[in-house]
Design a protein around this ligand. Structure first.
Ligand code: FAD
Ligand code: NDP
Length: 318
């Protein structure tokens, strides 16, 4: 293990990690970032590397391609001196200071403070047709993709019965000709108010006890084959788009429960702050946010984490 003690180590390389890096580097903290190597099943740069047009990140009136946006953020981090290692953090020891961090290749480093920005992975189903038609009418983020011309005035399918599924179905009802929600049980997990809104919306049809079997289409999605959970009977729903809304998995397994988290694994931070349950450890972006999950909110909390880390480090050296 190196004897050097880093001021701040940033784990993760999405909008939260890179914004934290820019702020920490400009504050002369000389941050070290572990950007991950296919961690959480996404490339370095995070979830936006898996999408095409990003139309809601301010500063790009014509939109920007997700991978390009992340490339620009990476350049900006490096411009101010962030050192970036393309490695995945396998383990951390947050029980004593300096904190210890070990990568998958066995490197060990010590740090005075840590910013965790490892994101969350949208759950999808490995149905026939999904990998072939991914991004050709299939998405795991209606708020991100729903307004694209591809989905306008087409029948759309949402899988899931939680608050996200309801929210996405309601959002998609503004763009699609109709929305079909596939709910695998005879009831929804969603809150009462969200269920009521779905029920009150004429464009949404809920299909109870219904499981997706296959995504249909050649070049683009043309429908979804579904089956009744009880009878096993199959039928096809015509659709120009399919949206997974079956939950997300925050990338926190490597923390092995050392930070307070909710039952799903999202890190818990103090209100209006990125401070976690361990002093000197901060969390930013989707890894601590199951509500907004947007690039701009992730970037905002990355900025907060760097400022909080800087202030905390200054207090320690007083
Ligand atoms: P992420 O972007 O998830 O990045 C986390 C990074 O950490 C990843 O690179 C991962 O590999 C790395 N990592 C994980 N574990 C480790 C580890 N142990 N060690 C090292 N590295 C690790 N939002 C919008 O605002 N507009 C959009 O148009 C939009 N479109 C989207 C389209 C799709 C298909 C998806 C899936 C999401 C979209 N989003 C969009 C949401 C947006 O991508 C996320 O809110 C945002 O990327 C979250 O940023 P983050 O920095 O918290 O995490
Ligand atoms: P949830 O875990 O709450 O719901 C996931 C849904 O997907 C459930 O209906 C679940 O069914 C279904 N599902 C899971 N796996 C499958 C599968 N393999 N096939 C078919 N269906 C499946 O996730 P959400 O993302 O909806 O919500 C996460 C958290 O965020 C919740 O606390 C929620 O309240 C909150 N949230 C709040 C919002 C708001 O208040 N406006 C908006 C969005 C999220 P089953 O019930 O059978 O397990």
């Amino acid at each position: 293990m190196s004897n050097t003690i880093e001021n701040v180590i940033i784990i993760g390389s999405g909008p939260a990690g890179h914004t934290a890096a820019v702020y920490a580097a400009r504050a002369d903290l000389e941050p070290l970032m572990y950007e991950g190597f296919m961690a959480g099943n996404v490339a370095a740069g995070g979830q936006l590397t898996t999408t095409t047009d990003v139309e809601n990140y301010p500063g790009f009136p014509e939109g920007i391609q997700g991978p390009q946006l992340m490339d620009e953020m990476r350049k900006q981090s490096k411009r101010f001196g962030t050192r970036i290692k393309t490695e995945t953090v396998a383990q951390v020891d947050l029980s004593r200071r300096p904190f210890r961090i070990r990568t998958e290749s066995g490197d060990e480093v010590q740090a005075r403070s840590v910013i965790i920005a490892t994101g969350a992975t949208a759950k999808t189903l490995d149905l026939p047709g999904v990998s072939r038609l991914w991004q050709k009418g299939i998405s795991a983020c209606a708020i991100c993709d729903g307004a694209l011309p591809l989905f306008r005035n087409k029948p759309l399918v949402v899988i899931g019965g939680g608050d996200s599924a309801c929210e996405e179905a309601l959002y998609l009802s503004k763009f699609g000709s109709e929305v079909h929600m596939l709910v695998r049980r005879d009831q929804m997990r969603a809150s009462r108010i969200m269920q009521q809104r779905v029920q009150d919306n004429d464009k949404i049809t809920v299909h109870w006890n219904t499981l997706p079997v296959e995504v249909l289409g050649d070049e683009l999605v043309s429908g979804v084959r579904v089956k009744d959970k009880h009878s096993g009977e199959q039928r096809d729903i015509t659709a120009g788009g399919l949206f997974f809304a079956i939950g997300h998995q925050p990338n926190t397994a490597f923390l092995e429960g050392q930070l307070e988290s909710d039952e799903v694994g999202y890190l818990i931070t103090e209100p209006d702050s990125t401070r976690t349950s361990v002093e000197g450890v901060f969390a930013a972006g989707d890894v601590k946010d199951h509500v907004f999950r947007q690039a701009v909110t992730a970037a905002g909390s990355g900025c907060m984490a760097a400022i909080e880390a800087e202030r905390w480090l200054a207090e320690q050296s007083d």
